[in-house]
Design a protein around this ligand. Structure first.
Ligand code: SF4
Ligand code: FE
Length: 490
């Protein structure tokens, strides 16, 4: 059953998810002005699936049930599916200019599906069967699942078992006949509060000594012992100001990250997908990271489309649109943005079937994709700020632009003064000019900068993580042989 966006929001109300923010427990987090924009983003992934224009991108036929499912819950069956995934993410980025959060679950499904198949083959376990049953449940109910990988990690120089505090990596605390008890946390979890379920994976390759940390499982977001602490963002309290409107830049949408704490959570046997088979932790991490690095060649490109549009509008509104350097900067932004898209499409087109039957992306190209994402959005934002002009960070507030307070010698109001001095081209009102500049402020420096800038750097792994994979996959020795042959070296 495909839920509508409104049904999704109602379904969240039925959960007892425990959320803390600013030193308080937030009971009605669904309508909280700081959190709601991030829920609206996820809602978009439901709404678009009902829009006839986008059905082909947003939905797919499940290989498990034969039913139509949201593509965010789908196991990729071909390179065509992989390409459509990237296109869907670009679309969602265009519609929200934010992180819409649902991809972490999709990427986790595909990585856990193929990895559990290979674990079972080698170890005689039944994790794959567990996972298939779980995914059917997720697909049939059109659920949001937070695919969670990143542990707090403590001292980066020490292995999980060698940390002073054992909880700095999520681990199995107790093994029982009917399941396990887990303890620890996952950090900066995208969309965790807005998810019905959590799908937990280990954070890195693990050795024998760390086998208690090699664990994958699923649980409901409101399971006993689980709670979350909301991560704040730059300028986030603007969302709580009455009438902030224009000052918000992106009033309706935003991303979300939180600390997710597992305070002795019981996981029943049928929801366990890895339990101490430490030699498979690395495979699971590599596959999930590969998919999520592909994802960035879609989502960030969609947001980039909106930024380029906003920069072009700012140029129109400033009256600077005919200047040749402005046109050239817009070309440069487009070139950078489409280069990221090329990478997302390329690693999808070169995908291949796993032993379990779903499709994996080309790992080298996906890592190149994400490595570029750690750079190009910064240049795109630099050019957007250049085109916008300094006003994007010096404008009076939205309240001043609407204030009746008399401030001039002849009784001019604050609103009249602001509107007079910030008027520019005839193609827009002063408020429209403010709107587009505030949007750019929000995405370059404000709360959405989390999703477009810093997440571009660290989301799906920091740059060094991709360089390690590029080193591993780059096959320098084969390249040496090419050179030797042509240069006539035996
Ligand atoms: Fe999806 Fe991009 Fe957000 Fe990751 S960063 S969850 S790929 S929108
Ligand atoms: Fe992300």
């Amino acid at each position: 059953m495909l839920m509508t966006g409104d049904q999704y929001i109602e379904s969240l109300r039925k959960l007892g998810t425990r959320v803390y923010m600013f030193g308080e427990k937030i009971d009605n987090w669904i309508d909280h002005p700081m959190i709601r924009p991030s829920i609206n983003c996820v809602k978009m992934t439901y709404d678009l699936a009902h829009d006839p224009q986008y059905v082909d991108l947003m939905t797919a036929k499940s290989n498990l049930t034969g039913e139509t499912v949201n593509r965010f819950g789908h196991l990729h069956q071909s390179t065509d599916d992989l390409r459509k995934k990237v296109k869907m993410q670009r679309l969602c980025g265009q519609k929200t200019a934010s992180c819409f959060q649902r991809c972490v679950g999709m990427d986790a499904f595909n990585a856990v599906f193929s990895t559990t198949f290979e674990i079972d083959k080698k170890c005689g376990t039944k994790y794959h069967e567990n996972f298939v049953e779980y995914l059917k449940y997720v697909q049939n109910n059109d659920l949001i699942v937070d695919g969670a990988m990143t542990d707090p990690k403590g001292d980066r120089g020490l292995a999980p078992h060698a940390q002073k505090d054992p909880d700095l990596f999520l681990h199995i605390k107790e093994k029982r006949e009917d399941g396990i008890v887990v303890r620890g946390a996952k950090c900066h979890q995208t969309g965790s509060i807005n998810s019905h379920e959590h799908l937990i994976m280990p954070t890195q390759a693990m050795g024998e000594d760390d086998k208690a940390y090699a664990v994958a499982f699923a649980c409901p977001s409101d399971v006993e012992g689980l709670y979350m602490v909301y991560g704040r963002q730059s300028c986030d309290t603007r969302k709580m100001e009455p009438n902030a409107d224009v000052d918000l830049g992106n009033k309706n949408f935003g991303g979300q990250e939180a600390l997710v704490v597992f305070d002795d959570v019981f996981i029943p046997n049928d929801r366990i997908f890895l339990c101490e088979e430490h030699e498979f932790a690395g495979m699971l991490v590599e596959r999930f990271a590969g998919y999520h690095r592909q994802s960035y060649g879609g989502c960030k490109v969609g947001v980039g489309d909106v930024i380029i549009g906003a920069a072009a509008l700012a140029a129109d509104y400033n009256g600077a649109n005919k200047a040749s350097h402005i046109k050239d900067k817009l070309i440069e932004m487009t070139h950078l943005n489409e280069t990221l898209y090329c990478c997302g499409i390329a690693c999808s087109a070169e995908g291949y079937p796993t032993e379990a039957g779903n499709y994996q992306i080309d790992l080298l190209l996906a890592n190149v994709c994400k490595q570029n994402v750690t750079r190009f959005p910064y240049e795109i934002v630099r050019l957007a700020e250049d085109i916008a002009g300094g006003l994007m960070v010096t404008m009076p507030s939205s309240i001043d632009f609407n204030s009746d307070l008399e401030v001039g010698r002849n009784g001019e109001t604050l609103a009249e003064v602001c509107n007079k001095f910030y008027a520019a081209s005839d193609t827009c009102t002063t408020i429209e000019r403010m709107r587009i500049l505030r949007f750019l402020e929000n995405i370059c420096l404000g709360s959405s900068a989390v999703g477009y800038r810093t997440e571009s750097m660290h989301g799906a792994g920091s740059p060094q993580a991709q360089r390690i994979m590029i080193a591993r996959q780059g096959n320098i020795n084969a390249k040496k042989e090419l050179a030797k042959e042509i240069a006539g070296i035996k």
